[in-house]
Design a protein. Structure first.
Length: 279
Protein backbone atom coordinates (compact mmCIF):
# COMPACT_ATOMS: atom_id res chain seq x y z
CA UNK A 1 0.00 0.00 0.00
CA UNK A 2 1.07 3.57 -0.73
CA UNK A 3 0.64 6.38 1.75
CA UNK A 4 -0.64 9.79 0.86
CA UNK A 5 2.40 11.99 1.45
CA UNK A 6 0.44 15.23 1.22
CA UNK A 7 -1.98 13.93 3.86
CA UNK A 8 0.91 12.93 6.11
CA UNK A 9 2.41 16.40 5.80
CA UNK A 10 -0.91 17.96 6.76
CA UNK A 11 -1.22 15.68 9.80
CA UNK A 12 2.37 16.40 10.81
CA UNK A 13 1.80 20.16 10.55
CA UNK A 14 -1.33 19.81 12.70
CA UNK A 15 0.57 17.75 15.31
CA UNK A 16 3.43 20.27 15.34
CA UNK A 17 1.01 23.17 15.86
CA UNK A 18 -0.71 21.30 18.67
CA UNK A 19 2.65 20.41 20.16
CA UNK A 20 3.77 24.06 20.04
CA UNK A 21 0.54 25.12 21.73
CA UNK A 22 1.04 22.52 24.46
CA UNK A 23 4.64 23.65 25.01
CA UNK A 24 3.56 27.28 25.16
CA UNK A 25 0.83 26.40 27.65
CA UNK A 26 3.21 24.39 29.79
CA UNK A 27 5.83 27.13 29.71
CA UNK A 28 3.21 29.63 30.81
CA UNK A 29 2.21 27.27 33.61
CA UNK A 30 5.83 26.79 34.66
CA UNK A 31 6.54 30.52 34.59
CA UNK A 32 3.47 31.39 36.60
CA UNK A 33 3.74 28.37 38.93
CA UNK A 34 0.06 28.54 39.63
CA UNK A 35 -2.17 25.79 40.91
CA UNK A 36 -3.16 23.49 38.06
CA UNK A 37 -6.46 22.66 39.71
CA UNK A 38 -8.03 25.99 40.59
CA UNK A 39 -5.64 28.03 38.36
CA UNK A 40 -5.80 30.74 40.97
CA UNK A 41 -3.58 30.01 43.92
CA UNK A 42 0.21 29.62 43.85
CA UNK A 43 1.42 26.18 42.82
CA UNK A 44 3.56 25.55 45.88
CA UNK A 45 3.03 21.78 46.15
CA UNK A 46 3.87 19.16 43.55
CA UNK A 47 2.13 15.77 43.57
CA UNK A 48 4.52 13.03 42.50
CA UNK A 49 1.71 10.65 41.56
CA UNK A 50 -0.39 13.13 39.55
CA UNK A 51 2.52 15.21 38.15
CA UNK A 52 0.59 18.40 38.97
CA UNK A 53 1.10 21.57 40.98
CA UNK A 54 -1.36 22.25 43.82
CA UNK A 55 -2.02 25.23 46.01
CA UNK A 56 -2.42 24.60 49.74
CA UNK A 57 -6.23 24.46 49.56
CA UNK A 58 -6.34 22.10 46.57
CA UNK A 59 -3.65 19.93 48.17
CA UNK A 60 -5.79 19.42 51.27
CA UNK A 61 -8.83 18.61 49.13
CA UNK A 62 -6.73 16.25 47.05
CA UNK A 63 -5.53 14.31 50.09
CA UNK A 64 -9.08 14.00 51.45
CA UNK A 65 -10.07 11.85 48.50
CA UNK A 66 -9.71 8.14 49.30
CA UNK A 67 -7.97 7.40 46.02
CA UNK A 68 -5.42 10.15 46.62
CA UNK A 69 -4.90 10.04 50.39
CA UNK A 70 -1.50 8.32 50.05
CA UNK A 71 -0.11 10.66 47.39
CA UNK A 72 3.27 12.27 48.03
CA UNK A 73 3.92 15.99 47.71
CA UNK A 74 7.07 18.00 47.28
CA UNK A 75 6.83 21.49 48.71
CA UNK A 76 8.94 24.64 48.67
CA UNK A 77 10.31 26.68 45.75
CA UNK A 78 13.68 24.88 45.64
CA UNK A 79 12.19 21.41 45.32
CA UNK A 80 9.61 22.45 42.75
CA UNK A 81 12.27 24.29 40.72
CA UNK A 82 14.27 21.10 40.29
CA UNK A 83 11.32 19.56 38.44
CA UNK A 84 11.57 21.99 35.51
CA UNK A 85 13.79 21.55 32.47
CA UNK A 86 16.59 24.11 32.46
CA UNK A 87 16.61 24.23 28.65
CA UNK A 88 12.89 24.49 27.88
CA UNK A 89 11.49 25.68 31.22
CA UNK A 90 9.07 22.80 30.96
CA UNK A 91 8.11 20.65 33.93
CA UNK A 92 9.87 17.27 33.89
CA UNK A 93 7.20 14.62 33.73
CA UNK A 94 9.33 11.63 32.71
CA UNK A 95 12.59 9.98 33.63
CA UNK A 96 15.08 8.58 31.11
CA UNK A 97 16.65 5.41 32.51
CA UNK A 98 19.22 5.24 29.71
CA UNK A 99 20.57 8.72 30.51
CA UNK A 100 19.69 8.59 34.22
CA UNK A 101 18.05 12.03 34.17
CA UNK A 102 14.55 13.58 34.43
CA UNK A 103 13.29 15.02 31.14
CA UNK A 104 10.49 17.29 30.00
CA UNK A 105 8.05 16.56 27.18
CA UNK A 106 10.21 18.42 24.64
CA UNK A 107 13.43 16.61 25.62
CA UNK A 108 11.66 13.25 25.61
CA UNK A 109 10.71 13.79 21.95
CA UNK A 110 13.91 15.45 20.77
CA UNK A 111 16.78 13.71 22.64
CA UNK A 112 15.30 10.63 24.30
CA UNK A 113 12.81 9.35 21.73
CA UNK A 114 14.18 5.79 21.58
CA UNK A 115 15.28 5.61 25.21
CA UNK A 116 13.67 3.75 28.05
CA UNK A 117 11.26 6.32 29.49
CA UNK A 118 9.00 6.13 32.50
CA UNK A 119 6.90 8.61 34.39
CA UNK A 120 8.81 10.56 37.01
CA UNK A 121 6.43 9.51 39.78
CA UNK A 122 6.66 5.86 38.68
CA UNK A 123 10.46 6.05 38.54
CA UNK A 124 10.60 7.61 41.99
CA UNK A 125 8.31 4.93 43.38
CA UNK A 126 10.34 2.17 41.74
CA UNK A 127 13.56 3.66 43.09
CA UNK A 128 12.06 3.91 46.57
CA UNK A 129 10.97 0.27 46.38
CA UNK A 130 14.38 -0.78 45.10
CA UNK A 131 16.16 1.16 47.85
CA UNK A 132 13.82 -0.27 50.49
CA UNK A 133 14.54 -3.83 49.29
CA UNK A 134 18.30 -3.18 49.19
CA UNK A 135 18.23 -1.67 52.67
CA UNK A 136 16.23 -4.64 53.92
CA UNK A 137 18.80 -6.97 52.36
CA UNK A 138 21.65 -5.03 53.99
CA UNK A 139 19.91 -5.10 57.34
CA UNK A 140 19.22 -8.83 57.05
CA UNK A 141 22.84 -9.49 56.07
CA UNK A 142 24.13 -7.31 58.91
CA UNK A 143 21.87 -9.05 61.43
CA UNK A 144 22.93 -12.45 60.10
CA UNK A 145 26.60 -11.47 60.40
CA UNK A 146 26.03 -10.14 63.91
CA UNK A 147 24.42 -13.43 64.90
CA UNK A 148 27.26 -15.39 63.31
CA UNK A 149 29.89 -13.25 65.06
CA UNK A 150 28.14 -13.78 68.40
CA UNK A 151 27.92 -17.52 67.78
CA UNK A 152 31.55 -17.76 66.60
CA UNK A 153 32.74 -15.69 69.57
CA UNK A 154 30.94 -17.99 72.00
CA UNK A 155 32.34 -21.09 70.28
CA UNK A 156 35.85 -19.60 70.26
CA UNK A 157 35.70 -18.82 73.97
CA UNK A 158 34.61 -22.38 74.68
CA UNK A 159 37.57 -23.66 72.67
CA UNK A 160 39.91 -21.37 74.61
CA UNK A 161 38.58 -22.79 77.89
CA UNK A 162 39.05 -26.34 76.59
CA UNK A 163 42.62 -25.62 75.44
CA UNK A 164 43.55 -24.01 78.76
CA UNK A 165 42.05 -27.00 80.61
CA UNK A 166 44.06 -29.44 78.47
CA UNK A 167 47.30 -27.50 79.00
CA UNK A 168 46.65 -27.32 82.76
CA UNK A 169 45.91 -31.04 82.98
CA UNK A 170 49.03 -31.86 81.00
CA UNK A 171 51.07 -29.64 83.30
CA UNK A 172 49.58 -31.39 86.34
CA UNK A 173 50.44 -34.76 84.79
CA UNK A 174 54.09 -33.82 84.32
CA UNK A 175 54.18 -32.25 87.78
CA UNK A 176 52.88 -35.49 89.31
CA UNK A 177 55.58 -37.46 87.50
CA UNK A 178 58.21 -34.99 88.68
CA UNK A 179 56.90 -35.19 92.26
CA UNK A 180 57.06 -38.98 92.11
CA UNK A 181 60.59 -38.85 90.75
CA UNK A 182 61.63 -36.42 93.49
CA UNK A 183 60.07 -38.70 96.11
CA UNK A 184 61.81 -41.79 94.68
CA UNK A 185 65.22 -40.09 94.54
CA UNK A 186 64.80 -38.72 98.04
CA UNK A 187 63.87 -42.16 99.41
CA UNK A 188 66.84 -43.72 97.63
CA UNK A 189 69.22 -41.23 99.25
CA UNK A 190 67.62 -41.67 102.69
CA UNK A 191 67.76 -45.49 102.48
CA UNK A 192 71.41 -45.35 101.48
CA UNK A 193 72.08 -42.92 104.35
CA UNK A 194 70.48 -45.30 106.84
CA UNK A 195 72.58 -48.27 105.68
CA UNK A 196 75.83 -46.32 105.65
CA UNK A 197 75.09 -44.78 109.05
CA UNK A 198 74.47 -48.24 110.51
CA UNK A 199 77.78 -49.50 109.12
CA UNK A 200 79.65 -46.49 110.51
CA UNK A 201 77.96 -46.99 113.91
CA UNK A 202 79.02 -50.64 113.91
CA UNK A 203 82.64 -49.73 113.15
CA UNK A 204 82.47 -47.09 115.86
CA UNK A 205 81.32 -49.63 118.45
CA UNK A 206 84.15 -52.00 117.53
CA UNK A 207 86.84 -49.37 117.83
CA UNK A 208 85.27 -48.02 120.99
CA UNK A 209 85.58 -51.55 122.54
CA UNK A 210 89.19 -51.80 121.41
CA UNK A 211 89.98 -48.45 122.95
CA UNK A 212 88.33 -49.41 126.26
CA UNK A 213 90.21 -52.76 126.42
CA UNK A 214 93.51 -51.10 125.70
CA UNK A 215 92.89 -48.54 128.41
CA UNK A 216 92.08 -51.32 130.90
CA UNK A 217 95.26 -53.15 130.03
CA UNK A 218 97.26 -50.00 130.51
CA UNK A 219 95.81 -49.53 133.95
CA UNK A 220 96.54 -53.17 134.85
CA UNK A 221 100.14 -52.84 133.73
CA UNK A 222 100.58 -49.77 135.90
CA UNK A 223 99.20 -51.63 138.90
CA UNK A 224 101.54 -54.61 138.50
CA UNK A 225 104.43 -54.91 140.97
CA UNK A 226 107.77 -54.02 139.61
CA UNK A 227 109.49 -56.96 141.29
CA UNK A 228 111.14 -59.24 138.83
CA UNK A 229 109.71 -62.67 139.18
CA UNK A 230 108.55 -65.37 136.89
CA UNK A 231 104.88 -64.85 137.64
CA UNK A 232 104.96 -61.25 136.46
CA UNK A 233 106.74 -62.26 133.30
CA UNK A 234 104.13 -64.84 132.48
CA UNK A 235 101.35 -62.30 133.08
CA UNK A 236 102.99 -59.84 130.74
CA UNK A 237 103.41 -62.50 128.10
CA UNK A 238 99.76 -63.43 128.36
CA UNK A 239 98.77 -59.81 128.12
CA UNK A 240 100.98 -59.34 125.08
CA UNK A 241 99.34 -62.34 123.49
CA UNK A 242 95.91 -60.81 124.09
CA UNK A 243 97.05 -57.46 122.66
CA UNK A 244 98.52 -59.14 119.61
CA UNK A 245 95.28 -60.92 118.89
CA UNK A 246 93.46 -57.64 118.56
CA UNK A 247 93.52 -56.55 114.91
CA UNK A 248 92.71 -52.91 114.37
CA UNK A 249 91.45 -52.94 110.86
CA UNK A 250 91.65 -49.87 108.68
CA UNK A 251 88.37 -48.07 108.57
CA UNK A 252 86.62 -48.06 105.21
CA UNK A 253 86.39 -44.92 103.14
CA UNK A 254 83.79 -42.51 104.34
CA UNK A 255 80.54 -42.73 102.40
CA UNK A 256 79.81 -39.92 99.99
CA UNK A 257 76.85 -38.72 98.00
CA UNK A 258 76.38 -36.06 95.35
CA UNK A 259 73.81 -34.94 92.85
CA UNK A 260 74.41 -33.24 89.55
CA UNK A 261 71.33 -31.55 88.31
CA UNK A 262 70.43 -31.25 84.65
CA UNK A 263 69.66 -27.90 83.12
CA UNK A 264 66.66 -28.58 80.94
CA UNK A 265 66.38 -26.39 77.86
CA UNK A 266 63.19 -24.68 76.75
CA UNK A 267 63.06 -26.97 73.74
CA UNK A 268 63.11 -30.07 75.96
CA UNK A 269 60.31 -28.61 78.08
CA UNK A 270 58.33 -27.77 74.93
CA UNK A 271 58.70 -31.39 73.81
CA UNK A 272 56.85 -32.51 76.93
CA UNK A 273 53.73 -30.62 75.84
CA UNK A 274 51.51 -30.76 72.81
CA UNK A 275 51.51 -28.32 69.91
CA UNK A 276 49.55 -25.08 70.23
CA UNK A 277 48.11 -23.65 67.00
CA UNK A 278 46.28 -20.40 66.26
CA UNK A 279 44.18 -19.93 63.12
Amino acid sequence: MFSDKSGDKTKLATINCSYILIIAFKMAQAAASTCEICIGGPGEHYCLQCNQLFCESCKLSHLRANICKNHTFLSGPKKSDTLFCAEHEERCLSYCHDCDTPVCIVCSDEKHRHHLMKGLAESIQELKSELFEKIETKVATANFNLGKIEKDTKAYREKVKAVIKTITEEGKYWKQLIDKKVEALTKLVQDKEQRETQNMTAYSEVYKGVAENCKTWQNNIKKMETTADMLLLNKLKQLKNDVDQIVVKQIPNAPDVSYRNKKTSDAEIDNLFGELQFL
